[in-house]
Design a protein around this ligand. Sequence first.
Ligand SMILES: [Fe+2]
Ligand SMILES: [Fe+2]
Length: 270
Amino acid sequence: MVQNLRFVFIGDIIGISGLEVFLRNISKLKDKYSYDSIVVNGENCAKNGKGISEKTVKRLVDAGVDVITSGNHIWQNKEIYDFLNKTDILLRPANYPSECPGKGYTFYQIKNHTVGIINLQGRGFMKDNIDCPFKKMESLLTLVSSKAKIIFVDFHAETTAEKQALVNFLDGKITGLFGTHTHVQTSDQRILPFGTAYITDLGFCGALNSIIGMEKDTIIKKFITQLPTRFKVEKKPPFELNGIFVEVNSLSKVEKIERIKILDEQPVDL
Ligand SMILES: [Fe+2]
Ligand SMILES: [Fe+2]
């Protein structure tokens, strides 16, 4: 019997609290979704929420994570740069200059299927001056689709319109496109007319009573004063883990898309 492939995608994991909450809820995710593959966005999962460390990558991989995508914050921990050049598991957005460490796409095998994951970053309201994600995707797609029939894109972007535009540009050419970066889950998950699965933002994994995972006071102060401010990861419960579940049949067609939202009220042991 040919089995469907079951994927889970989790949005930005925020700091030590987001990481611990993600790791302790993996068995719950496994029980509920019986997933074959899990992909997470790890751009904020270093202890202090800035970038990602090699140690954190190891913890995620040991927990069964297949690919870790990222975004603008991948560059915050410079110690990861060498590792980015060596790994196939941790991605940085593909549309940064080619001189940057790392790469923006990867392949892996699930039940004899090759899966391609592409990481891209948007340009609307983002500070970095990067290549056009549409043009970058156009050139990457020929290469990636020659190797994989199942292709997912993490589009790390600020605006809804840019995310909707990219997914409609790619509808029918890729399996799914999921937004990250805003840290707030949207309720617009669906399969587009030509078969591509989509949600504007997966949401985050971190403290619920926070501002995008960080302590509220420091972020409010930043908005009021406009001065450089050191943000701190919020570590108090309750926590939320957000993402998406996607089921793909043997013809690489999406059959199901479902939002994941787990509330976790236990304190984290940090
Ligand atoms: Fe983030
Ligand atoms: Fe980001």
